[in-house]
Design a protein around this ligand. Structure first.
Ligand SMILES: Cc1cc2nc3c(=O)[nH]c(=O)nc-3n(C[C@H](O)[C@H](O)[C@H](O)COP(=O)(O)OP(=O)(O)OC[C@H]3O[C@@H](n4cnc5c(N)ncnc54)[C@H](O)[C@@H]3O)c2cc1C
Length: 394
């Protein structure tokens, strides 16, 4: 099918990528975003080969390579001594195996690159200040309503409005969200402010009882991105913009490796944010006849595998292919979800499992767990090797 009028809710990484893929495939797409400006938070994101296939196909590889950092490896360490428990190569090996590089990018940079692509394909595609509230679907089409009382009509509606999706809620009711027990701290610091010891240019995971920290470089190595998932009983919002006192972060990381302490020391006093991580079980049905969901709206994913946005980007490419393959919208939406549910559920479940693995209570258990695992082989076999543009769609 071509020339469908597609309504996309949410101009996050998932919605914008889907919009770009759909416009390029010949559809007329409008994206409705609740925020008054197009923006992403000041944090890093890892983009492995699986979503990179889609971004490269949209012609964005050079721009991403110009602002991304290619880490040499993925390295798992003990939280205090820094003892290395396992490492697998990324860099040239990742690209040779999977056909695209592994990049670490500032979210705002990636978001801007994809948004500019959408605007280049259709300058009027993105509508801001448009908070979707509900939809009405009939045999003839779908109408989306906004908080200001206006509405938009289309043939297909794609809800890519993240964790608090109104489309998901309308289709399936409130989904139970269970607090994981972790608050995710995020900070970014310019490297010139960080005292020694510096981390090597790899994707570093420091793991210990009650928490783990992920550190990697952004913007040609000039900026360090830090995410610390630390167990706490204090539940706050699921939000990237909740500030917490730096002193609390410092206390949370007492006794951790000196390289971690050096990063925390370099953080701005008011530049420490904490997000309460919640778990939502995967759902097995995402679509009605004309309405579907993608990204965090469909399969909220904990960050312990760094694949939530990757899944959202894959979704958009597979949805576009399914619409090209089928002669009817309901059949296309069924083909899309049929081909995405198992993979995204596996990512959700592996991310949830990693939380237990990364927080094992003793050094002996941590060493034993990693002695029995081949993390790189496993991820290369099923996760990074998936190409959403060529995978067979059943
Ligand atoms: C600490 C942390 C680290 C992470 N690291 C990684 C990583 O390294 N790699 C990776 O792949 N993933 C990572 N993720 C996951 C990733 O951030 C998310 O999976 C991804 O951003 C989801 O994209 P999305 O487009 O589905 O949703 P979102 O990014 O949430 O975008 C939704 C958009 O919809 C808009 N919206 C919401 N409601 C409405 C409404 N009613 N009407 C109109 N607009 C609306 C929002 O304003 C927003 O712009 C991480 C997550 C966390 C918490």
């Amino acid at each position: 099918m071509e020339n469908l009028k597609v309504i996309v809710i949410g101009a996050g990484l998932g919605g914008l990528t889907a919009a770009a893929c759909l416009i390029r495939a010949g559809h007329d797409v409008d994206v409705y975003e609740q925020a008054p400006v197009l923006a992403e938070v000041g944090a890093g994101i890892q983009i492995s080969a699986n979503p990179m296939h889609v971004l490269a196909d949209l012609g964005l590889k050079d721009e991403i390579m110009a602002v991304g950092v290619r880490p040499g490896a993925y390295v798992f360490r003990l939280h205090d001594t820094g003892e290395e428990l396992q490492r697998f190569n990324l860099a040239a090996d990742h690209e040779r195996m999977h056909g695209q590089p592994y990049n670490q990018i500032h979210r705002a940079d990636l978001h801007e690159i994809i948004a500019n692509k959408v605007l280049a394909l259709k300058p009027s595609a993105i509508h801001l200040n448009a908070r979707a509230t509900h939809f009405v679907e009939s045999d003839k089409g779908v109408e989306l309503f906004f908080a200001d009382g206006s509405s938009a009509k289309g043939d297909v509606l794609v809800g890519s409005e993240g964790l608090k999706s109104v489309v998901r809620k309308q289709m399936f009711g409130d989904q139970p969200a269970t607090y994981t027990g972790d608050g995710a701290w995020r900070i970014t610091v310019p490297i010139e402010r960080v005292a020694e010891p510096h981390l090597e240019h790899v994707m570093s995971v420091f793991m210990g009882p009650g928490g783990h920290c992920v550190c990697y470089y952004l913007r040609s190595g000039s900026l360090l991105n830090f995410v610390g998932c630390i167990e706490t009983d204090e539940v706050s919002e699921e939000s990237w913009t909740m500030r917490f006192p730096k002193e609390r972060l410092r206390r949370d990381l007492e006794g951790w490796h000196p390289a971690i302490q050096a990063i925390v020391d370099a953080a701005d006093e008011d530049g420490c944010f904490r997000w309460s991580l919640h778990n939502r079980p995967p759902v097995r049905d995402w679509s009605t006849k004309r309405v579907t969901i993608l990204g965090d709206a469909a399969h909220p994913t904990l960050p312990y595998l760094a694949q939530g946005a990757a899944m959202a980007i894959e979704d958009g490419a597979v949805l576009t292919r399914a619409l090209q393959m089928e002669g009817s919208i309901p059949a296309a939406l069924q083909r899309y979800q049929r081909n995405r549910i198992d993979r995204t559920a596996r990512v959700v479940e592996t991310s949830t499992f990693n939380r237990r693995l990364f927080h094992l209570p003793s050094v002996a258990e941590m060493r034993a767990a990693f002695a029995n695992r081949k993390e790189g082989e496993d991820r290369n076999a099923w996760l990074y090797s998936y190409n959403p543009l060529t995978v067979k769609l059943e």
